[in-house]
Design a binder for this molecule. Structure first.
Ligand code: DQA
Length: 146
């Protein structure tokens, strides 16, 4: 299995960015954790981050036919980007939506997700561990869909 783990705006700042909300783990730590977990699952991962909506869209387009699934933490673009939603709809690659924080327990503008309607499901509120949970969820989904 090949999985793309795609991170959106400001997630490059993890570890120093509002640690009371997002934790002390850096994105590099998370990547390491994901790679270690992928190895135990026999999966291969590509791990990427961009602060630019268009770059994220290009990555989703490029995943078509190349990746078995995508784990997407779109950051604040989750709440605004119909373009990302359309990219997912067009890509024909299953997406698991991920957030470190529980977006439903935060400001009301974070309750709306444009990703959720086109995702297999959503994992949020479990901090950095959510990445591992999302991998298990995606691999389980792919196994069941076979
Ligand atoms: C986030 C939640 C978003 O609301 C926020 O804009 C982020 C991070 C999370 O992982 O909890 O940048 O996606």
């Amino acid at each position: 299995r090949r999985i793309l783990i795609l991170n959106g705006p400001n997630l490059n700042l993890l570890g120093t960015r509002q640690p009371e909300v997002y934790g002390a783990t850096t994105l590099a730590d998370i990547e390491k954790m994901c790679r270690a977990h992928a190895e135990t699952c026999g999966a291969t991962i590509d791990f990427a981050q961009s602060n630019h909506e268009g770059v994220l869209i290009d990555s989703i387009h490029a995943a078509r036919g190349e990746q078995d699934g995508i784990i997407l933490n779109a950051g604040a673009l989750t709440h605004t980007s119909i373009a990302l939603m359309d990219a997912i709809s067009s890509a024909e690659v299953p997406v698991v939506e991920l957030h470190l924080s529980n977006i439903h327990a935060r400001e009301s503008f974070r309750h709306k997700s444009w990703i959720a309607p086109v995702a297999v499901g959503q994992i949020c509120g479990f901090g950095a561990r959510g990445y591992v949970l999302a991998m298990d969820a995606l691999l389980g989904h792919l196994e069941a869909a076979k």
